[in-house]
Design a protein around this ligand. Structure first.
Ligand code: AMP
Length: 130
């Protein structure tokens, strides 16, 4: 069965899309640690990061860097943290999280967003992609 993220890529489930190219897709995390928390995924559905072929792995990192730089430019924060966990959704995803304090990196503290919040944040990040 297709993962929830494959369904997002196909447009079968809505997402607050940030960017997309031939191989990768970026969208806002629906339960963010902080405003601007973004997920970058390969379109190829693979569960574990280290099972990606090298080209896709390197491509995902380059794509995540581009989106991370846009987040840093759009969202006031000390830095963007990069985390890969994957215990919840079995489709590789890189978490890009604007960090101001350690709590933002812990996944224990969540920041509720309205639909309007998500839309506004997505637009701000998209404007900064180079
Ligand atoms: P993990 O697999 O532990 O790295 O976490 C999966 C992440 O995916 C969590 O941060 C969820 O909030 C996020 N997530 C799950 N479903 C969706 C969705 N439909 N849209 C956006 N983010 C999601």
């Amino acid at each position: 069965m297709a993962s929830i993220f494959t369904k997002i890529i196909k447009g079968e489930i809505p997402s607050y899309k940030i960017a997309e190219d031939e191989n990768f897709y970026a969208f806002l995390d629906i339960n963010p640690n902080a405003a601007g928390h973004t997920l970058c995924i390969p379109k190829k559905e693979v569960d574990r990061l280290l099972d990606l072929d090298e080209e896709t792995y390197m491509g995902l990192m380059a794509f995540s860097r581009k989106i991370g730089l846009a987040i840093e430019a759009a969202i006031p924060c000390d830095r963007v943290g990069i985390t890969v966990i994957g215990l919840e959704v079995p489709h590789v995803h890189v978490h890009l999280i604007p960090l101001n304090e350690m709590r933002d990196a812990t996944f224990q503290h969540k920041v509720p967003h309205s639909k309007e919040d998500f839309m506004e944040i997505a637009e701000k990040i998209k404007e900064k992609i180079k």
